[in-house]
Every structure is written in structure tokens, then in C-alpha cells.
Design a protein around this ligand. Sequence first.
Ligand code: PEP
Length: 258
Amino acid sequence: MARTPLMAGNWKMNLDHLQAVQLVNELAMALEDRNFDYSSEVVVIPPFTDIRSVQTTIDGDNLKLAYGAQDVSLHDSGAYTGEVSATMLEKLGCKYVVVGHSERREYHGETDEIVGQKAQVVAAHNMTPIVCCGEVLEIRQQGTHVEHVLSQVRGALAGFTGEQVAKLVIAYEPVWAIGTGEVATPADAEEVCGAIRQLLVDLYGAEVAESTRILYGGSVNSGNVKELMAQPNVDGGLVGGASLKAQEFAKIADFKHL
Ligand code: PEP
């Protein structure tokens, strides 16, 4: 089954709402200049404070871009100061929500269990979770990265039905490659993404596993995206730094013509 490639730009805590509008417009223009055919889905994932402005820019100009959020609360409403609920994100038209990014795991103590619960909350609100997993450098050096990542995926997906898993997105992001300029080799990315797909076959069957999109993230740029995307089990990229530059992210989205 052909999976539609997905390029998701995680802006992290960068750009205010005015800068967000500018970047979305520049991205749309850069894609147009390349005669981009939208055969890959292009998604921007701005900070919460930018989402409303991104929504009105995309909707107002009928841009063929989707958008999402970087995190979500486990709670639907109430006394949870500082949190943002899935209901709010759904109302804003978010299509995707990143859950379990390594920065959330590291700085906010998110466990596989919490990540799984957040993924459930997102799915229950008709949005697609982008479930992140990935090993730190020590684990890679010990050579136990595949088991480690599979255990994160198993934990995060506990409670999901096969039907739900077919629709979600998993992002393999080796922590040592995030924001470091150190990209995993295409073979490294394929080793883990292929193992994740095999785990999905074992847990949910081949049909589900063939539908789930698995992204690679970690210093993706226009120079390495083509080779990464040539791997059979890499269906797209979760792109941090390079997604803040319109021309560069447009090239990444248009990897087929690089
Ligand atoms: C990320 O934020 O998920 C990421 C992969 O960042 P970068 O592309 O900058 O390594």
C-alpha cells in the first residue's frame, strides 16, 4: 500500500504569531515557485500562541498546508493552569499533535504511559497523534537502541486498536541527532523504522502495519532528505531547525525533485 509521505515542521518554541504568518506565507510561495505537486503532505507545528494566526492564514488563502500542535494536556478542561486541551486544538482545526517529543520526555518527565495517554486523547478528538520515540546516545552506544525504541512504541500504543494504529504517525528521532547536526545514516534510520514496522505487523497484522506512517527526525535537511526517503520504511520527516527556513523546508517537502 502506498503511504503518502509526510513532512512535519516542528517549530519548537520559536516565532511569535506575526513571524508565524510570515513563515507560512513564505513557505507557500516557496512551494509554488517549485511547482510543488503536494504529493507529500506538508505540515507546520507552531507554538500554541501561533496556531490561530496560522489557521486564519492557511484557511484565508486556501493553502494546501496542514498544521498541528506540539503537545496537549491529558485533561479536557478545568484547573490545570498553563495547559491546552485537545478540545481546544480540535476547535482550532489542528490535524496533528506531536506527543512524547524527547524534549517533553527529558524536561517534563513524560513517560511512555503518559505519551500513550496523550496519544489516546488526541485520537479521541479526531486528530492524528505523531508519537515520538528514540534513544539517547548511551543506549545507542550500548547497541540496545532497537529494543529500547520498540519498548517505547509498545508502551505508547498500549490501548490502541489496530484500526487506530493504521491512522497514526510514529516518529523515530534518535535523541543524539536532534538539533545537533548529527544525522543518523539512512541505514541507521531504516534499521529502527523497519523494526517498528515489524513490531506493528506482530501486534496488529500486516495490513495495519502497511498503513501506519513512520517518520525519521534528527537534523533532516535538503542535503540528506532524499537518501533518507529512499529507505522503504521511512515515510517522511519530523523536521526541527530546517523547518524554520521557508526555502529549505520547501526543498525538503519537494524531496522527489532534488
Ligand atoms: C525535532 O525537533 O524533532 C528535530 C528533529 O529537530 P532537528 O531537525 O533540528 O534536529
